[in-house]
Design a protein around this ligand. Structure first.
Ligand code: ZN
Length: 74
């Protein structure tokens, strides 16, 4: 599905049947490495607060993992 860049008409061709302008694949917004909502999301999650890193999940420590492993072996 193509959509005209000029008038917005849909067609199956890359040239708009309505106005003859260029039509482009009508697809969802492309993913961009620039996340335009990143700052908004950071604000939502309050990542700048000092408490935020403490809320992140962490891996168990190496000793805990070794303890669990040896328990499983028994
Ligand atoms: Zn058009």
């Amino acid at each position: 599905m193509q959509q005209c860049l000029t008038c917005g008409a849909f067609s199956l061709k890359t040239v708009c049947p309505e106005c003859g302008e260029r039509a482009q694949a009508a697809a969802p917004l492309k993913w961009s490495p620039e996340d335009h909502r990143a700052s908004l999301r950071r604000k939502m999650n309050d990542v700048e607060s000092a408490d935020w890193p403490r809320n992140l999940s962490t891996l168990p420590s190496l000793k805990e993992m070794q303890a669990n492993l040896s328990q499983e072996e028994e």
